[in-house]
Design a protein around this ligand. Structure first.
Ligand SMILES: CC(C)(COP(=O)(O)OP(=O)(O)OC[C@H]1O[C@@H](n2cnc3c(N)ncnc32)[C@H](O)[C@@H]1OP(=O)(O)O)[C@@H](O)C(=O)NCCC(=O)NCCS
Length: 161
């Protein structure tokens, strides 16, 4: 399966809204149409799709943040894989692809938020080297708690291919 740069055609947008709906039970956890469109148009966002023909099987979004003139951090902001395509390493590939690009753009720390419990995602993030950093009570809505996870990396400023 190919990982490609995210695009924002009306068909892509429609598929991403469906993907988020099928992947997240609680509306507070998923991205909605306007947020998705904003992410696709955000120059600080790195958006990657896993495409099987015309179908978007999964997507991941990373955000780069500047702290002063030199410091940068990256955030894995979205990750979802359609249930039909799970368990084949696609989630890991998408996450790694985005994280590598954030590192190449100078991110020295990486962070993400995940709902608790979400064993599949947490296991994936632990495997990628993230560690629990801070509980986020009610982050996704009342009674829907989150966890911030972090990872430190050595900077890597080579340009992505
Ligand atoms: C999390 C998600 C992206 C993983 O996608 P994927 O393509 O299945 O990911 P991978 O195949 O790379 O790896 C999945 C890992 O989770 C594990 N896993 C799957 N279901 C699990 C479960 N119910 N409990 C524990 N681990 C589970 C797999 O065993 C695998 O780990 P391993 O390789 O160490 O055995 C996918 O499950 C998903 O889209 N979930 C819904 C959306 C979501 O929660 N996104 C994360 C938001 S923070």
């Amino acid at each position: 399966m190919k990982l490609v740069r995210g695009t924002s055609s009306p068909e892509d947008l429609k598929q991403l809204v469906r993907l988020e709906t099928v992947c997240f039970r609680h509306p507070g956890e998923r991205f909605h149409a306007r947020q998705i469109r904003d992410l696709l148009e955000n120059p600080r966002a790195c958006v990657r799709f896993a495409r099987e023909g015309a179908t978007i099987a999964g997507w991941a979004v990373g955000l780069l943040r500047r702290h002063g003139p030199r410091q940068r951090s990256g955030r894995l902001y979205a990750l979802s894989v359609h249930p039909d395509f799970r368990g084949r390493g696609l989630g890991a590939r998408l996450a790694q692809d985005v994280l590598r690009r954030l590192r190449r753009r100078g991110a020295r720390t990486l962070s993400l938020e995940v709902r608790v419990p979400n064993p599949a995602a947490q296991r994936l993030y632990l495997r990628l080297g993230f560690r629990p950093a801070r509980p986020l009570p009610d982050y996704y809505g009342p009674g829907l708690h989150g966890l911030r996870m972090r990872k430190s990396v050595r900077p890597n400023r080579r340009r992505p291919k």
